[in-house]
Design a protein around this ligand. Structure first.
Ligand code: GLU
Length: 421
């Protein structure tokens, strides 16, 4: 995580500053995007099942509303902290800008381990947190969504709590809800589907055939498992996957549907318990350094750092997680000639379909899953092409290319709106 003195917010500032300078902006034109617009810290009291009152720490941070309402997920994880949430909020601003959807960026989080909470504790925690951030959120202000440790059910509780406080149903306050109460078809798989589409796009760009290409996936949560499943279906050979318990590796390719079935079969099933002929157990560090064409980090930030970047053998990295590569690791990878497709492009599929969900909620008009997937593909393909083109024109990495597009869109919006009063 953000250990070792590494600050993801500083990481973000440095890339944004660099992009703004390359774009020729003066300091006064981009100064404001270095600071989140609003930061709220809350203390959330919850009666635990054993009768104790426990107080949890939570955050909601809006980085920018220049291009539209703030948008971004809510993370439940023990390592959540202010700088992490600030960085994640800013990444949402640039992610929404790079795929050109009319949102700013936000993020929220609660310091907790959801796997150790009962359903009732989780529900009370979510509802009280929602009530405490209610003055800040709303379909026209700030729209939360799932992130690490949260899911559709939790989004449903957020929607209900907010609606109860308002006195009427407000489906558009949150995205990633269960389909039965206004969620978009395809939202559950959208981030992983976007990672799959981006992987196919970069393979096409580099003229690497899809069939038989090997890939490693770090993280078997919503994003990693969907990306692995969909890429496997496309003919990519997934040779290694990992989760918090470690990884499994098979030279001739893993049976991904079987791995996913095992992980979903029972709460608490982890890869360390997965057994199959020809499958070897490895550590997370070994997975990152294993031999394969593609590496998809789809877990948490700062996984590829100065200490292990040199040992990465993959030729291509597609960032399914937010901020999985530190700035110094990025430089090492660039020197090694590894092509990195950046997070703000590669994992944008989730927020793109969140946007579709919000649009449907506002119009009370619902789309088919085919329509959602088709429009997601259109946006992912178009954004990929623009990033590749600008990176080529400027002779920069895909990450810098994505930031050149995103920073320009945010700064131009700010300039057009002006500084009030
Ligand atoms: N948490 C996801 C992300 O990091 C989705 C955010 C959203 O849909 O608003 O992109």
């Amino acid at each position: 995580m953000s250990g070792g003195g590494y600050n993801p917010y500083e990481n973000m500032l440095s890339i944004v500053g660099n992009a703004a300078e390359r774009l020729g902006y003066q300091q006064c034109e981009y100064e404001a995007i270095k600071y989140p617009e609003r930061e709220l810290k809350v203390s959330i009291p919850v009666y635990m099942d054993d009768g104790r009152l426990q107080v949890f720490e939570g955050y909601r941070i809006q980085h920018s509303t220049s291009r539209g309402p703030a948008k971004g997920g809510i993370r439940f994880h023990p390592a959540v902290n202010l700088d992490e949430v600030k960085a994640l909020a800013a990444w949402m601003t640039f992610k929404c800008a790079v795929v050109n959807i009319p949102y700013g960026g936000a993020k929220g989080g609660i310091v907790c381990d959801p796997s150790r909470l009962s359903e009732r504790e989780l529900r009370h925690l979510t509802r009280r947190f929602t009530a405490m951030i209610a003055p800040m959120i709303g379909p026209e202000q700030d729209i939360p969504a799932p992130d690490v440790g949260t899911n559709a059910n939790i989004m449903g509780w957020i929607m209900d709590t907010y609606s109860m406080l308002k006195g009427h149903c407000v489906p558009g306050v949150v995205t990633g809800k269960p389909v039965e109460i206004g969620g978009a078809l395809g939202r559950g798989e959208a981030t992983g589907r976007g990672v799959m589409l981006t992987t196919l796009n970069i393979l096409r760009e580099l003229k690497i055939p899809v069939k038989g290409t090997t890939a490693l996936v770090q993280g078997m949560g919503n994003v990693g498992s969907t990306a692995a499943k969909l890429l496997h279906r496309e003919g990519v050979k997934i040779t290694g996957v990992s989760d918090v318990s470690g990884g499994v590796f098979a030279e001739e390719g893993l049976d991904i549907p079987d791995v996913v079935r095992y992980l979903r079969a029972k709460k608490g099933n982890l890869l360390s318990g997965y057994e199959s002929a020809k499958v070897r157990h490895i550590t997370n560090e070994e997975l990152l350094a294993a031999k394969a064409d593609i590496l998809i980090p789809a877990a948490l930030e700062n996984q590829i750092h100065k200490g292990n970047a040199k040992s990465v053998q993959a030729k291509v990295i597609v960032e399914g997680a937010n901020g999985p590569t530190t700035l110094d690791a990025d430089e090492i990878l660039q020197e090694k000639g590894v092509v990195v497709v950046p997070d703000i492009l590669a994992n944008a599929g989730g927020v793109v379909v969140s946007y579709f969900e919000w649009v449907q909620n506002i119009q009370s008009l619902y789309w088919t899953e085919e329509y959602v997937n088709e429009h997601l593909k259109q946006i992912m393909d178009q954004s990929f092409e623009s990033v590749v083109q600008i990176a080529k024109e400027n002779g920069v990495s895909l990450r810098m290319g994505a930031y050149l597009i995103a920073v320009k869109r945010v700064v131009e919006a700010k300039k057009l709106r002006g500084v009030w009063p």
